[in-house]
Design a protein around this ligand. Sequence first.
Ligand code: NAP
Length: 534
Amino acid sequence: MDSQTRLSYLESMSAISPSLPEFRNEPLADFSAPANRHSMQAALDKVRAEFGREYDLLVDGERIKTTEKLRSLNPSHPTEVVGIHQKATPELASRAVESAYNYFADWSATSAANRIAKLLAAARLLREHKFEFDAWLVYEAGKTWPEAEADVSEAIDFCEYYAREMARLSDPRPVVQMPGERDEMRYLPLGVGIVSPPWNFPLAILVGMTVASLVTGNTVVIKPSSETPTVAAKFAELLLEAGFPDRSFCFLPGSGSAIGDLLVQHPKTRYIAFTGSRDVGLRINELAAKTQLGQRWIKRVIAEMGGKDAIIVDSDADLDKAAEGVVASAFGYQGQKCSACSRAIVDERVYDAFLDQVKQRTEALTVGPAEDPANYMGPVISDSARRTILQYIDIGSKEGKPVAGGAPAPGDGYFIQPTVIADIASNARIFQEEIFGPVLAVTKAKDFQHALALANDSQYGLTGALYSNTPEHIREAREKFFVGNLYLNRKCTGAMVGAHPFGGFNMSGTDSKAGGPDYLLLFLQAKSIAERVA
Ligand code: NAP
């Protein structure tokens, strides 16, 4: 960039930065308002009328059909096919990386202002079609209305927040000026990224990793989860409508086991942005570390993985609030959040009273089809997830004392009763292993110190919470509760973009802090330039 170009570039940026109002989280629609209920019902009807439609994959700007198909089902009514998708072959996966690589020079040369404008257009379109996206999440991911609304709102937040972050990072970075030199540091994109999201936030997480890649000037191959490709296909269409060129990203549904390794190992892949299970994350990390023939860089892995999140209930905690927070964290979206509370660790002085409250609250929860707003919980994502969770309930029932739930819930969908198992020891499997379903283990602690040691007795370190009225314990939790996201006297789910940068320690991942001021740097590399001027 010559000095004239750089000047006009900086001018264009300063034109954009001040015009962006301060970031604000997207307000959640209140479904008790009749107008919102009506709009949501209309969106559900509209989306239902599109069930069974076939979607193409997009590689090198070309819409392609393959012979093998992927069918996504409605977990509330699994005979219903939500969408039919192409299953990418290894050849197509390879072509996708090549095409993203070939377009990288063009896309990375666009101005940040241009990319930011497109991202803001994407946010606007998401907002315009919010209830429709909500409805896709209800039908394809089994999210209840409020859970779907939170997912779409978070997706909008990621777009708005990263647009502002890119504007900030496009400004010249302050560096010390050496005498006789003009010194600067600027950020450059990396290259081709593979975006591999999970099904449990099929919009927000996919959007977050994709737009962070694109706004920083990288090109991407989006490999959506095989459970939720329709929501992803809808977002791919929206990216095109927002003005992102059809070669700046590839949309590549297909089985992770068939094409995942190839995408990760491809020598032209520069980085992998993954969110999902520990085992897949570790495999990606291992494969990415092995240099391939023709590879010219060390691949970067941004991996956010599982959790076994604990809430500590202290002897002087407000038990009503603690029980409310634990139940919401354990059973919101059927416990299928990486941040879900799967361990309640309770001071023995309040253990029985707390357990009683949790039991009552849990037994009052309604379970059934996600499209019916009367249900607090919908289905789990798939038949195989349901089988695994029920196996864990069997194991847990032998390891401790079942207190609530413990069985499938009625209906043709993948429903499971919210389940509480008490008196769980720290070496029990349901204390240590991520179940990813509506199962809460409750454990007795001698005192706060013991509770903290139990909470930290985990290979994971994603979220955690403490309910306490003892300032000393709150202070100690700040220092010693070893989690990426700590919450004090509130539930451990529901991180907000901007306020709670999200990412975990240990086997929970690389602590990328999505939705925070450090995140976009993971998609960039810094170049330092020193020019002698005297
Ligand atoms: P998963 O089975 O690990 O899959 C995640 C993604 O990876 C999917 O798109 C999957 O594709 C793909 N994949 C599978 N094998 C691959 C490979 N060899 N190479 C590249 N990609 C591959 O996880 P999940 O069941 O979808 O999601 C649940 C997990 O995600 C839980 O452990 C949860 O805690 C974690 N999670 C973590 C966070 C966080 O921020 N820490 C947030 C949400 C969820 P297919 O679907 O085709 O297999």
